[in-house]
Unconditional design. Structure first.
Lengths: 219, 340
């Protein structure tokens, strides 16, 4: 995004006190105290969360104007902007902040919510078990709970009747929302995934936008 | 829109430089979804008197449903609907597996029209057509950022405004992978030169349109392939990018059967004037001359087609219900189509 556009965006968003925009170089947020755009990386995110006990305003759950031809109940994932939209009637959507796996989804397309789980068990993939001692101790599966990486709920994404292996899930690490983090699919803070889970129906259409943190980057 | 199955285009298509997993996973997903669709479609056409193709874009879907209801009420024939790609549809019209196609785009399908209509005389194209348009559109924020013509797409600074994956280079949605219009947009991008500046993305229309929705919602600029009539013009403030007027001398699209089609093609002007027609199988026309004469008289306007797609896509009216209502409201007109 160019400086001109940053300024235009800044003018638009100044009233929101804290705002966010995805720049070509990565995520940035607007700091209302210094009135400057700052990189929103891991360190910034940790400090912000420690100070405010929540993520920046843009990544918090909120109702936004969202005109679309998609049916209410449809989920649209914009990995690049770190937003997940749940389409609502009347040209609106509930927007949630998300964390995206560093490798992103790696594809764009249309899937559906095939099943869901509350406090799901996490079974680390074999390669993670091999390289990470913390994961190795859960090779047989970590029971659901507050420390489980899948968080409070998981939505399992299916193509037709087949599990795609991709999930939208909670996380105990709320500060990672808004970031491209080291592993995982689409993560949301636990309050948000519980809220989303309570609103969606099995079979809900999920559109993964062509944008994505790493759609064109090697995994 | 026209599709590319079996014509060699997909093998030579230049895909974005994505990881191998993208292609494999996408193929698995697409195959799974296709299988699901096929099973649904087969159920729909069993015991039908005739079969109407349903393309994978909204206006064609609306017209297919309206023809189904109108033919049912007028002639007492039960029509089945079947999702089908364009080139497969032409082959199926020839074999009699399919009877009617609601929306055949020109110039996109001119090669298939030449083969099946002019040479083989296996397919009949209605003389009447709905005028249409194809090209590139910009969201309001893209226009404000100075992207107003195709020339702007070759400007690296303006191209970077369209970046959605953090690599500093913009992306441009050129249509669904199965659409031949997407192949032509690829040729145009290469011919104009903006393919050097932008990654060309092919995904289903719902993904492309949802990306427009998300871009508008966050005031991000976006440029995308678009066509009219289409409900996106009702839904968002989008403008058509300016470009040099169509020049037949500069518009060379090699046939899909040419393995070097992309190297042998060039198109650095606006699309030629576009239009779409209803088509039917010649054997069906002989068996049901009255229905063929009826199809010849269907006179939908671009405004009507836009309204149909808006009702189906935006207002989420069930296609069958909408078609019933439309046919009831246009009963006298439909009766006129059936008069000799």
């Amino acid at each position: 995004m160019s400086r001109t556009l940053q300024k235009a965006a800044l003018a638009t968003l100044v009233l929101t006190l804290a705002a966010y925009v995805a720049l070509a170089a990565g995520t940035q947020i607007y700091d209302p105290k210094t009135r400057k755009w700052v990189d929103y990386d891991k360190n910034t995110a940790r400090k912000y969360f420690a100070r405010n006990k929540q993520v920046p305003d843009a990544f918090r759950r909120q109702v936004v104007t969202f005109r679309t031809a998609e049916e209410p109940g449809t989920i649209i994932i914009d990995g690049n902007q770190h937003f997940l939209y749940l389409v609502q009637p009347g040209g609106q959507a509930i927007r949630y902040g998300i964390g995206v796996g560093r490798e992103g989804f790696g594809w764009a397309g249309i899937v559906r919510v095939g099943r869901t789980a509350e406090w799901p068990t996490w079974t680390p993939p074999a390669e993670m078990v091999a390289r990470d001692p913390n994961a190795a101790k859960w090779a047989a599966g970590q029971p659901g709970g507050p420390d489980n990486p899948l968080g409070a709920r998981a939505l399992y994404l299916y193509a037709g009747d087949a599990d795609t292996i991709y999930r939208i899930h909670g996380t105990p690490e709320s500060w990672t929302i808004g970031l491209d983090v080291s592993s995982g699919c689409i993560r949301m803070n636990n309050d948000d995934i519980i809220d989303l889970h309570s609103r969606i129906k099995i079979g809900a259409k999920v559109i993964v936008l062509m944008q994505g943190a790493a759609l064109y980057k090697g995994v | 829109m026209r599709q590319t199955e079996g014509d060699g285009l997909r093998q030579t298509r230049h895909t974005p430089a994505g990881p191998p997993q993208f292609t494999r996973r996408a193929a698995i997903l697409a195959a799974t979804v296709s299988l699901l669709t096929a099973s649904v479609s087969l159920g729909n056409v069993q015991a039908a008197d005739l079969v109407i193709a349903v393309p994978n874009w909204p206006s064609g879907q609306a017209t297919a449903n309206i023809l189904k209801v109108a033919i049912g009420k007028t002639f007492g024939l039960e029509a089945g609907l079947r999702e089908m790609g364009e080139l497969n549809a032409f082959a199926a019209l020839e074999t009699g597996e399919l009877d009617i196609h609601p929306e055949v785009w020109r110039p996109n399908l001119d090669a298939a029209i030449e083969k099946y209509v002019a040479e083989k005389k296996a397919v009949v194209l209605a003389k009447r057509a709905v005028p249409a348009w194809q090209g590139l559109c910009a969201t309001e924020d893209a226009e404000k950022a100075g992207i107003k013509s195709v020339k702007d797409l070759s400007d690296p600074q303006k191209g970077a405004l369209l970046d959605t994956d953090g690599d500093g280079r913009g992306e441009l949605w050129i249509g669904a992978a199965t659409w031949t219009s997407a192949s032509i947009e690829r040729i145009r991008a290469l011919s104009y030169g903006y393919s050097r500046n932008l990654a060309l993305v092919e995904t289903e229309e719902d993904v492309g349109m949802a990306a427009v929705d998300a871009a508008v919602a966050t005031s991000r600029p976006m440029v995308f392939a678009c066509y009219a009539p289409h409900n996106v013009f009702e839904l968002h403030k989008v403008t058509r990018l300016k470009e040099p007027a169509y020049d037949s001398a500069k518009w060379k699209i090699a046939p899909g059967s040419d393995p070097l089609w992309i190297e042998h093609s060039k198109a650095d002007t606006a699309w030629p004037p576009s239009e779409f027609h209803i088509a039917w199988s010649a054997s069906f026309g002989q068996k049901h001359a009255d229905v063929a004469a009826f199809l010849e008289k269907v006179d939908l306007t671009p405004e009507e087609v836009t309204a149909m797609t808006y009702a189906l896509q935006v207002e989420r009216q069930p296609p069958a219900d909408y078609a019933e209502k439309w046919v009831a409201e246009n009963a006298a007109r439909i009766e006129g189509w059936a008069k000799p």
